[in-house]
Design a binder for this molecule. Structure first.
Ligand code: 26W
Length: 804
């Protein structure tokens, strides 16, 4: 560490010469960005060698974090920050004749994830490394990440996210460490020296090539690795077919293999039984587990102590096939008995659940598993048979046996497989873990209560506060010192400044400056002119009905109608910002995006709204946008139907940047409320248990008939907007029972209470001291939502590994 500016300049110039054959005067911004990335990569690679040596010498347990998604975003500023060279690097870039800010801005987001689950994995890598835990992340090196969203005539259009050209500067391809994954074929058994051998024949081979990304920690030389697998066919073009002129068929197998790591599935919280997705999962799982066991054997010579030296955390059920795949390697390759293999597996794998939505639970048709991975299928059958016997012996209850079964009605239930084969199952907030224990996985939790745990999510507070909000970071350092960077609990010291007028004033000025910065960015990149005198009220997250962006819209319509009734109404200026991607196949979500844009357009063109009411839909919401938006936000919208949002993590990022939450008692909002109290957040709406009870005989029609305010607001959807678009379909979804129950997420039940909370909020915003004090308490009490705390809890209660 401790690189001087001149050293960095020299290293960068050298990279430019060697890799791009140019001088700093000839290089373009992209080349400059990549050269800087390579310089930092070299530094991290060196630390990596030392870390691995130390880890091997110490012989401790290593954590393997498996996730189909890692939403990394940008890495240049982040790595420079963690390595302690951000300022030096910026100066070096400037002095080489570039603008540092432009260079950082060149880097494409590594968008290898959809939303919360993927971003969580990225935050945890930072904490795993900063806490000096020997760890590795594993995923797929998708050629195309989450699609780029364009809004055309108010509607979402998806464009491919071709991030590799500039974004691959961080990746180190290691073909020499490739693994081979086998698909399809047949299973035969034969006796060999008294041993029953399993022979897999006629399979299709796919090569898995590691592309490693080094991860730097903060204030440490410890480095961990994110291993991304790229799929390639091992066989060259079929020359026989090629010579017959069948060019496409000759290349068929290669195309099939390449397809596996081509694109990230963009469905968030929605299961679709696509066979290519299952291929991705097995490809990823098999390559990873082969790589981990191979390295273990190199170090320890055998797999008998595998579980003592390794723990595998799986991010939702997407990597669930690790359980049968590890069994396969232990039994077929290492020659262990079923019982020994099961002992090791059930002490190695832990499962985190991230959603209770029924439509998100993975259930694969057994026929698909049978054809694509026949040996794994055999092992799943045996796991299922034995688990079912255990359940029957415990309960003697057919209904419970059916509910807990791994294989049922020709379907493989991945969550039940994880519960059967895992050593721990955890939810991601206190409320969510309770719902898992008492509802979703009730029977399993009653049979094995020790297995079920909670680890409330956390976010990387160094990225989501220190790095992106230098103004606030300066204020914190001036008041409470900088210990909070490594010990986030120390943020609570900031509470003592609640009565300090100078601190409150500075807090307000920082927010104002951040709003101006965001407004400039929005003008330049989105072409919208934001009113910085207005309160910035923000809802950014994936678009999903349960997250209730539509509830936010209905409330805005309500405000707009009040203005129409009384154009001279005194109103505190209010700017509502939305950012959200909809899954390409989720028609209702896309209609809601269109609706937000119709409303934004009408309000924008209506003079009565000028300087009072504004709505903007921010195109292509992503990590790098969140990094400018969070510090500028004043109100955080966390308004999901209670019981549906497992945790939320955006809520935490807003909180640590001083935004005040308007929200339901859902996910981690419950724990925010515990530390903030009613005075420092705006709660509204039904509680999770009330939602569950009301669901029995909920009738939104009754509410609509009874309440003229509701009726008028909802009817606006049917009447449509000045662009001539009507949203009768959304109106119907709220009021007419058709295929699914009307107003499934109970917007009508919660709208009056939401409007009232918004009123309280607006009043509080008018009292500047009161508002700034609330903001201060939010920052001061956000320490529990740091990923460092969450990862330390995993280490102590599930992994049993040491940490700093
Ligand atoms: C199989 C399709 C699919 C894809 C993604 C199903 C489910 C998912 C994820 C589990 C959805 C997800 O991202 N869940 C979010 O996880 C966050 C991190 O724990 C939580 O904060 C969010 O509340 C939860 O919605």
């Amino acid at each position: 560490m401790n690189y001087s500016k001149n050293q960095l300049k020299e290293l960068i110039v050298q990279k430019l010469r060697l890799n791009y054959g140019c001088t700093e005067a000839q290089a373009n911004d992209g080349e400059m960005m990549k050269a800087c990335a390579m310089v930092l990569r070299d530094i991290m690679a060196e630390h990596g060698v030392e870390t691995r040596q130390r880890t091997a010498d110490e012989g401790g347990r290593m954590v393997h974090y498996m996730s189909l998604e890692f939403l990394m975003g940008r890495s240049l500023a982040k790595n420079a920050y963690n390595l302690g060279v951000l300022d030096t690097l910026s100066q070096a870039i400037d002095e080489l004749g570039f603008k540092a800010a432009d260079i950082f801005d060149m880097e494409p987001d590594a968008g290898l994830g959809n939303g919360g689950l993927g971003r969580l994995a990225a935050c945890y890598l930072d904490s795993l490394t900063t806490l000096e835990i020997p760890a590795a992340g594993y995923s797929i090196c998708y050629e195309l990440g989450i699609f780029r969203q364009k809004i055309v005539e108010g509607q979402q259009v998806e464009l491919p996210d071709d991030w590799m050209g500039l974004g691959d500067a961080w990746l180190l391809r290691k073909p020499q460490d490739a693994e081979e994954v086998h698909f399809g074929g047949k299973i035969r058994t034969r006796w060999d020296n008294g041993h029953l051998m399993v022979v897999h024949e006629d399979y299709t081979r796919v090569l898995a090539i590691p592309c490693d990304m080094e991860i730097a920690g903060y204030g440490t030389d410890h480095v961990n690795t994110l291993r991304l697998w790229e799929a390639k066919s091992p066989s060259p073009v079929d020359m026989a077919l090629f010579n017959q002129g069948q060019y496409l068929r000759a290349d068929e197998e290669r195309t099939m293999a390449d397809a596996i790591s081509k694109v990230l599935y963009p469905e968030d919280n929605h299961y679709e039984g696509k066979s290519l997705r299952l291929k991705q999962q097995y490809f990823f799982v098999s390559a990873t587990i082969q790589s981990i066991t191979r390295k273990h054997i190199q170090t320890y010579g055998r797999l008998k102590n595998f579980h003592e030296k390794n723990v595998i955390q799986i991010n939702d059920t997407h990597p669930a096939l690790v359980i049968p795949e590890l069994m396969r390697i232990l039994i077929d390759d290492a020659g262990m008995s079923w019982d020994d293999a099961w002992e090791i597996t059930t002490h190695s794998v832990a499962y985190t659940n991230h959603t209770v939505l029924a439509e998100a639970l993975e259930v694969w048709p057994q026929s698909l598993l049978e054809t694509l991975m026949p040996r794994v299928w055999q092992i799943i059958q045996e796991i299922s048979r034995r688990y079912q016997a255990k359940v029957e012996e415990f309960y003697h209850d057919g209904v419970k046996t059916a509910k807990m079964a791994v294989i049922w009605n020709g379907q493989v239930r991945m969550a039940n497989l994880c519960i059967a084969g895992g050593m721990a199952v955890n939810g991601v907030s206190a409320l969510h873990s309770d719902i898992l224990r008492h509802d979703v996985f009730r029977e399993a939790a009653e049979m094995e209560p020790e297995k079920f745990k909670n680890v409330t999510n956390g976010v990387d507070h160094r990225r989501w506060l220190a790095q992106i909000n230098p103004g606030l970071t300066g204020l914190l350092n001036d008041t409470i010192g900088d210990g909070w960077l490594l010990r986030p609990a120390e943020l609570s010291k900031f509470d003592a400044f609640a009565g300090d007028a100078a601190v409150l004033k500075r807090l307000e000025e920082i927010k104002l400056a951040n709003k101006a910065t965001f407004a400039r960015w929005a003008k330049r990149h989105q072409g919208v002119v934001l009113n910085t005198d207005a309160v910035f009220d923000v809802q950014v997250k994936r678009l999903h009905e349960y997250k209730r962006q539509l509830l936010n819209v209905l409330h805005i319509i309500y405000l707009y109608q009040q203005l129409q009734d009384n154009p001279n109404m005194e109103m505190r200026p209010h700017t509502f910002l939305f950012g959200a991607k909809a899954a390409p196949g989720y028609a209702v979500a896309k209609r809601i995006i269109h609706l937000i844009n119709s409303l934004a357009n009408q309000i924008d063109n209506d003079p009565i709204c000028k300087d009072k009411l504004q709505v903007a839909f921010l195109e292509n919401y992503r990590v790098s946008m969140a990094e400018i938006l969070m510090p500028a936000s004043e109100v955080s919208e966390q308004i999901s139907t209670a019981g549906k949002e497992a945790s939320g993590t955006g809520n935490m990022k807003f909180m640590m940047n001083g935004a005040v939450t308007v929200g339901t008692l859902d996910g981690a909002n419950v724990e925010m409320h515990q530390v903030l109290g009613d005075e420092n957040m705006f709660l509204f709406g039904l509680k999770a248990d009330e939602v569950a009870r009301l669901r029995e005989n909920y009738d939104p029609r009754l509410l609509y008939d009874r309440d003229p305010m509701l009726r008028r607001v909802v009817d606006q959807l049917k009447r449509g907007f000045s662009d001539g678009v009507s949203y009768e379909d959304l109106w119907q979804r709220l009021l007419q029972r058709t295929d699914s129950p009307a107003d499934q997420y109970m917007l009508l039940a919660d709208l009056p209470s939401y409007a009232e909370a918004q009123q309280r909020l607006t009043a509080a915003y008018g009292e500047r001291d009161r508002w700034n004090t609330m903001s201060l308490h939010n920052i001061a009490r956000s320490g529990i939502f740091a990923a460092d705390r969450a990862v330390a809890e995993y280490a102590d209660t599930i992994w049993h590994v040491h940490h700093k």
